[in-house]
Design a protein around this ligand. Structure first.
Ligand code: BEZ
Ligand code: FE
Length: 310
């Protein structure tokens, strides 16, 4: 036998269904990033285990590949169907939870979502960010403090929400004023902020693509529980990406992207009082919500991370 005819006797050289993941993982080069090796090893192990457990047919695997292909084809500068997929499978919330373990009492994170637009205008406290005049007026006010209850002055609150028809301004560029229901507010010396907007309502995540079809096939609806988005940031503190939810939304317990946490459900009060409405510069009746954000310092978060890994 010439060298070229000799069988390869290396262990794991040839495909073997019973050890398929090991065969694939054994091909990795010696000089690759250790973290990449770790992630890919785990991914291949779980992927092969899933195929085996489900006893996947060739037709089913092809259908999966076609689904992923169409998902990629949906993506553009304005549409990220893979993030939606991650959201509806609960992976976005899981990754966030694993990476934002803050001290008890700190405001919790939830999904960012695809409709955040950096660079929204900065406004004085009290500004009305509803530019299309639709919806029930809402006054949002509260404080930003640290974990000892001390006010955080100069914290920024980047706020955004849908209009009363359930669409973000960027989804309806021809119909809504630019920056409708968006703005950045800054806390005063006592950590206080306040602004005027409209009461949020539930709305469907974009469901005209592969993710919408998958949800329908799973017997799931695409609706997000009514919420306002916030990014709260201040120097020396861990930035919070979060929402507040209305307590009366019918989708609170079945949010399409698993974004609801009980600590983020706020108490929205209905007010019918002409004098109060006039004083606040809103139409009567209106809603109010008082919401305090508690920021964890970067040091606290670092300490927590170090405790977990030691
Ligand atoms: C949102 O709340 O804007 C959102 C979050 C996840 C997917 C789609 C929309
Ligand atoms: Fe949203």
């Amino acid at each position: 036998m010439t060298a070229i005819d000799e069988p390869d006797t290396r262990d794991l050289a040839f495909f073997d269904a019973s050890r398929s993941a090991d065969v694939v993982n054994a091909r990795m080069g010696a000089d690759i990033s250790p973290r990449f090796r770790e992630i890919m090893t785990i991914l291949v192990e779980h992927l092969h285990a899933a195929v085996k457990e489900a006893r996947l047919t060739s037709e089913e695997w092809m259908a999966g590949i076609e689904f992923l292909t169409r998902t990629g084809q949906m993506c553009s500068d304005w549409r990220q169907e893979f993030i939606l997929l991650s959201d509806v499978l609960g992976v976005s919330m899981l990754v966030d939870a694993l990476n934002h373990d803050r001290p008890a009492g700190s405001t919790e994170n939830t999904v960012l979502g695809p409709f955040y637009v950096p660079g929204a205008p900065h406004f004085e406290n009290g500004t009305n960010i509803c530019l299309d005049g639709k919806g029930e007026p809402l006054i949002v006010r509260g404080r930003v403090t640290d974990n000892d209850g001390k006010p955080v002055a100069g914290a920024t609150l980047d706020v955004w929400s849908t209009n009363d028809d359930g669409f973000y301004d960027v989804q309806q560029r021809d119909l809504q004023p630019e920056n409708n229901l968006r703005g950045v507010f800054t806390t005063d010396h006592d950590g206080r902020y306040w602004f005027r907007t409209v009461k949020p309502r539930f709305y469907p995540i974009p469901d005209d693509g592969t993710v919408g079809k998958m949800l329908a096939a799973l017997g799931r609806h695409p609706n997000r529980a009514a919420h306002l988005h916030f990014i709260v940031a201040a120097p020396g503190f861990d930035t919070v990406v979060t929402h507040i939810f209305t307590p009366d939304c019918r989708y609170l317990g079945e949010d399409a992207v698993f974004g609801v946490k009980t600590s983020l459900i706020a108490d929205f009060q209905h007010v019918d009082d002409l004098a109060q409405a006039e004083a606040a510069g809103v139409a009567n009746p209106f809603w109010t919500v008082e919401w305090n954000f508690v920021l964890a310092s970067k040091d606290e978060v670092e300490r927590k991370r170090a405790e977990k890994t030691s």
